[in-house]
Design a protein around this ligand. Structure first.
Ligand code: PAF
Length: 283
C-alpha cells in the first residue's frame, strides 16, 4: 500500500495515474478507522480503480481544545485495517499539519447558503469553516472523480455538496448510509472513548430516534421534540444537547409538515464528556 505524507509527491503520483486513465475515489478521514470508514472505502473501491484515504486530524475544525488533544490517533492500526480491504488499490495520505497548513493553522471563512448556521454550526463555533477549509484543500490535492462521506455527519455532507457547487469543484460527492453497531449506535471514532457504562447506554440514542420516526407519522415536529426531550430526562447518563426535525435541503427546523418535503431528525448527546451525534430519515 502506498503511503504519502507530502502533498506534492501525492499529486505527482495521482497525475501519473490519471494520465493512464485510472479513476480515483477519495475517502477523507480523521483516522481511528472503524467499519463505518471501511464501508466508505469499499464503496469507493467498487466505483473506482484506486481509492485515496486521507488520515488527518484537522485542528481547525475543533472548537474544543481538549477534544482535539484526546482525539484518537492510531495510524498503524488504521493502515493495517485498510490493508484488509484493498492493499494494492488504496493509497494513504497522512500529512502533517505543516503539509496542509504551512505555518498558518487557520481556517478560511465560508458561507454555505445558511446551512452552516444550523445545528452543529450553532453549537460548535467555527467548525464548518474548518471542515470547508480542509475538504476544499484535500479535494484540490487529490483531484478525485468521486468523494465519499457518511450520512452520520449529514449536515457536513450537505455542506460539502454546497462547497463543491459554490466553488465549482469537479468532483462527484457520494453520501453513504450510516454504519451502526449491533445495538444501533452509529459508528464513530469517538465511541472508543466511551466508558463501558456510557457505551451500553448510548444505544438509547438510536432507539429513541426510531421511535421518534414512528411518532412523526401522527404527531407534529414539536410534539415529537417534546417527547424526545422527556425521554432523555429519564436517562441520567446521557445529556441531550439538541434534538430537532429539519428539512433535508435547507436544514431549517420544520414548522409545519409538508408531504412534498423530506425531513430528518437530528440529535446531539453528551455521554459523559463524549459528544455523540446521529440522525434518521423520517419520510
Ligand atoms: O468527517 C470527518 O471525519 C471530517 O470532518 C473530515 C471530512 C475528514 C474533514 O476533516
Amino acid at each position: 500500500m502506498k503511503n504519502f505524507q507530502n502533498k506534492a509527491k501525492l499529486s505527482t503520483y495521482i497525475s501519473l495515474l490519471k494520465d493512464r486513465g485510472t479513476s480515483i475515489g477519495f475517502v477523507p478521514t480523521m483516522g481511528a478507522l472503524h467499519n463505518g470508514h471501511l464501508s466508505l472505502v469499499n464503496q469507493g473501491l467498487s466505483e473506482n480503480d484506486i481509492v485515496v484515504v486521507s488520515i488527518f486530524v484537522n485542528p481547525t475544525q475543533f472548537d474544543n481544545k481538549e477534544d482535539l488533544v484526546k482525539y484518537p490517533r492510531t495510524l498503524e492500526a488504521d493502515i493495517a485495517l485498510l490493508k484488509t480491504v484493498g492493499d494494492d488499490r488504496i493509497i494513504v495520505y497522512a500529512p502533517t499539519d505543516e503539509d496542509i497548513y504551512g505555518d498558518n493553522i487557520k481556517s478560511q471563512t465560508f458561507t454555505f447558503d445558511g446551512l452552516e448556521h444550523e445545528m452543529e454550526g450553532a453549537f460548535r463555533h467555527g467548525h464548518f469553516d474548518g471542515v470547508g477549509t480542509i475538504v476544499k484543500r484535500l479535494l484540490e490535492i487529490v483531484t478525485p472523480d468521486a468523494a465519499y462521506f457518511g450520512e452520520k455527519d449529514f449536515q457536513q455532507l450537505q455542506i460539502i455538496r454546497k462547497l463543491v457547487e459554490l466553488h465549482h469543484l469537479p468532483v462527484k460527492i457520494v453520501g453513504c448510509p450510516i454504519h451502526r453497531a449491533d445495538d444501533g449506535l452509529a459508528m464513530s471514532s469517538r465511541n472508543a472513548r466511551l466508558t463501558p457504562k456510557h457505551r451500553e447506554t448510548a444505544s438509547f440514542i438510536y432507539k429513541t430516534l426510531k421511535t421518534a420516526k414512528k411518532k412523526f407519522g401522527t404527531k407534529s415536529a414539536q410534539g415529537v421534540t417534546e417527547w424526545v426531550t422527556e425521554q432523555f430526562k429519564n436517562e441520567p447518563l446521557l445529556e441531550l444537547e439538541y434534538f430537532l426535525i429539519a428539512d433535508v435541503k435547507t436544514l431549517k427546523p420544520v414548522k409545519r409538515k409538508s408531504t412534498k418535503k423530506a425531513y430528518r431528525a437530528f440529535i446531539a448527546v453528551y455521554a459523559g464528556d463524549i459528544r455523540l451525534i446521529d440522525n434518521i430519515a423520517l419520510n
